[in-house]
Design a binder for this molecule. Structure first.
Ligand SMILES: *Cc1c(COP(=O)(O)O)cnc(C)c1O
Length: 376
């Protein structure tokens, strides 16, 4: 029995995604990477349109990267930040984005402040509004955190932040591919996302959305010969689209796989995917809640596909390993990756199960039975 409950970690790519990657690697070994890439030039270019459709943006607002973190860091680096400026971030922020915020704020003399959560566990929009003033240059918001089912209210946060002219950077790492995530609907300025999680793409892939109005206020600094042109002995000219945030070299096989994964998700429909994931996650939460000695740890008014829990008297790594022996794949999320949220809730670690639509309802039930054997 293999029951895969780790699409929040690194999911199982559909067959056509893996086939695309394998075929391109094979082609590179036959004719070389440059010629192989040229053969797929049109498909690579079409990828910007595919991601624009997926993310509710225009093709010239899309950049491809090698991870969500790279996308996030690249955008963050380009947001001007001076002494006395403020950066706000969500309490469920991922360490990979909280650390660079704290580090850069200290370097430039800016002020980084976490926005508290409300009683449901989501970002407190009322508290955010009280904190916002014209010194706030950026609000960083995690859409779906790495360690609970929570979905943060991105639209409300974006509207409030825009009232004071702050940019909003949405970490959509855990939402992309499991629900519709559209810049036009959410009203956010910047979106970072990964390929390997719910989108079912290859590892080492990610994408960034930079809306045009936001782009005018940003200062890209990590520039190479792809993002800019050397037009005179002392002159460079930057690209005017979001590809100014890319660099030249890329894993083309992985990029093609990523585009195939996005096409696959769009063909199934993000609304359909969201319903099916919610069904599996809801079934899992209900099953686990009914088990003695098991506590579901998810928070939020609106919950998505990540299901977290603890088992009385059994460490999270131990639960993971015992489940692995029964063919059930889950992971552990520890306090260090979402320090503020976990500390606030008094948790060191949780077991994280993230069932995608390809997990059958009976498999969810079998996973619950396997957890009940750990809890005994
Ligand atoms: C996984 C994750 C990231 C980082 O994504 P990478 O592709 O590993 O860079 C960022 N934010 C959240 C909430 C995540 O779960």
């Amino acid at each position: 029995m293999t029951i895969f409950l780790d699409s929040a970690g690194s999911s199982l790519p559909p067959e056509e995604v893996s086939a695309e990657v394998f075929a391109h690697l094979r082609r590179e070994s036959e004719i070389g990477g440059y010629v192989a890439a040229r053969e797929r030039e049109d498909d690579l270019e079409a990828g910007y349109g595919v991601f624009a459709e997926l993310l509710g943006a225009e093709p010239d607002e899309i950049a491809f990267t090698d991870s969500a973190t790279r996308a996030w860091l690249t955008a963050f680096d380009a947001v001007p930040l001076a002494a006395g400026d403020r950066v706000l971030y969500s309490e469920a922020e991922y360490a990979g984005t909280a650390i660079p915020i704290l580090h850069r704020a200290r370097e430039v003399g800016a002020i980084a402040e976490a926005v508290p959560s409300d009683s449901s566990g989501q970002i407190d929009v009322g508290a955010l509004k009280e904190m916002l003033d014209e010194r706030v240059k950026l609000v960083s918001l995690v859409h779906v955190p790495t360690n609970s089912g929570l979905v943060n209210p991105a639209r409300e946060v974006a509207d409030a932040a825009h009232d004071v002219g702050a940019l909003v950077l949405l970490d959509a790492c855990q939402s992309i591919g499991q629900m519709p995530v559209r810049a036009d609907e959410l009203g956010v300025d910047l979106i970072s996302c990964t390929g390997r999680k719910w989108l079912r793409g290859p590892r080492g892939t990610g994408a960034l959305v930079v809306r045009r109005e936001a782009a005018r206020r940003m200062r890209p600094r990590l520039i190479d010969l792809h993002s800019a042109e050397w037009v005179g002995p002392h002159d460079v000219r930057l690209r005017e689209d979001a590809r100014v945030y890319e660099i030249w070299e890329a894993n083309i096989a992985a990029r093609l796989g990523l585009i195939a994964a996005a096409r696959h998700a769009l063909a199934k429909g993000l609304d359909v995917i969201e319903r099916e994931v919610a069904d599996r996650a809801g079934r899992l939460r209900a099953g686990l809640s009914a088990l003695p000695g098991v506590t579901v740890r998810d928070v939020g008014e609106r919950m998505a596909g990540i299901v977290t829990f603890t088992v009385d008297g059994v460490g999270a790594a131990d639960v993971r390993d015992r489940l692995a022996r029964e063919g059930v794949t889950v992971t552990v999320s520890s306090a260090s990756s979402t320090l503020l949220d976990m500390t606030r809730r008094g948790l060191d670690e949780v077991v994280r199960a993230s069932p995608h639509y390809f997990v059958q309802p009976e498999q969810v039930d079998q996973a619950v039975e396997a957890v009940s054997r750990c809890a005994r």
